[in-house]
Design a binder for this molecule. Structure first.
Ligand SMILES: NC(=O)c1ccc[n+]([C@@H]2O[C@H](COP(=O)([O-])OP(=O)(O)OC[C@H]3O[C@@H](n4cnc5c(N)ncnc54)[C@H](O)[C@@H]3O)[C@@H](O)[C@H]2O)c1
Length: 283
């Protein structure tokens, strides 16, 4: 199948990145948000990211302008009527994602692939609310999407080989490398990452070391680009909590249970960079 038009649901952190990368790769992109204000805010962020890329000479001013001209915004999934693939990037919550997949199934052409950028939620749970479960797949892009090379492709037991092949071609056309994972809680990346981040939070919680020293240890002792607490500030503490909850629900493995400190910080609205405060202060 030839993919010409791409839909993105949600213009938050990940939706912005997927929109930008798809438009930069020459696709027409329509991105949908729940409210006009959120859509405008998301599109502003895409513009900002393109200006940064331009300032760093990664793209020319003409390329930035052409990229923006390929992006259109919407506040209803009806706008996906001509899309060949739609990537869902809404909050990490199964109920919300199921509602989105049901409406995508109604609004998208029958041939369209419906992909989820979920970090940990079971693909089959979303697939089964549609009339095209064979065309539902996980495409787990990494944050920040314009920078990170990898996309984890998650195939459920119903995903067809054609869907996997077309989705892989699409992701590769965005200049990303694909790894394939089975539809298991956390797939590859979060299966490894979530216990690591949660252990770092538990270490802080128990007073074993300061947040700065935990981060410095991993950054300068193991050459990670950043420490685990800086990383979870970037990911979003609510997203990390939701990912852990989804994994715990399926496995009942205590390693995935969100630490109390993380839950309290989410309750306080300290979600990391996106709210100006997480483990560190960004205000
Ligand atoms: N943050 C990360 O580092 C990261 C990395 C990889 C994958 N993910 C996954 O990507 C998804 C999105 O995460 P995020 O960090 O972008 O979250 P976010 O909170 O920044 O953005 C989610 C956006 O979805 C919008 N939304 C909610 N319901 C909607 C609907 N019905 N229609 C249209 N828009 C809707 C919200 O208004 C919000 O703007 C999650 O499944 C998350 O697990 C996140």
């Amino acid at each position: 199948m030839e993919i010409k038009k791409v839909g993105v649901v949600g213009c938050g952190l990940m939706g912005q990145g997927i929109t930008e990368v798809a438009a930069r790769s020459g696709y027409d992109v329509v991105v949908c948000e729940v409210k006009r204000e959120l859509l405008d805010k998301g599109l502003e962020a895409v513009k900002g990211s393109l200006s940064q890329a331009e300032a760093r000479n990664k793209i020319t001013p003409e390329e930035a302008r052409a990229t923006l001209s390929r992006i259109s915004g919407a506040t209803s999934p009806d706008a996906f009527g001509e899309c060949d693939i739609v990537v869902e990037a809404v909050v990490e919550n199964l109920g919300v994602k199921k509602d989105v997949f049901q409406s995508l199934d109604k609004c998208c052409p029958p041939h369209a692939i419906l992909a989820s950028n979920t970090s940990a939620i079971s693909i089959i749970d979303m697939a089964r609310v549609t009339r095209r479960p064979d065309k539902v797949i996980g495409l787990h892009f990494m944050n920040p999407v314009p920078v990170m090379k990898l996309c984890e492709m998650v195939v459920s037991i119903i995903t067809s080989q054609e869907t996997a092949r077309d989705a892989r071609h699409f992701v590769e056309s965005l200049g990303k490398m694909v790894v394939t994972a089975k539809d298991t809680p956390g797939f590859i990346i979060n299966r490894l990452l979530v216990p690591y981040i949660f252990d770092a939070i538990r270490m802080l919680e128990s007073g074993l070391a300061s947040k700065e020293d935990i981060d410095k240890s991993m950054q300068f002792g193991l050459n990670h680009p950043m420490g685990p607490l800086t990383l979870v500030d970037l990911t979003g503490l609510d997203t990390a909590r939701n990912i852990g909850e989804a994994m715990y629900r399926e496995t009942r493995d205590a390693r995935y249970y969100p630490p109390v400190l993380l839950q309290k910080m989410v309750a306080a609205g300290w979600l990391g960079r996106k709210t100006g405060k997480g483990f560190y202060d960004y205000r």
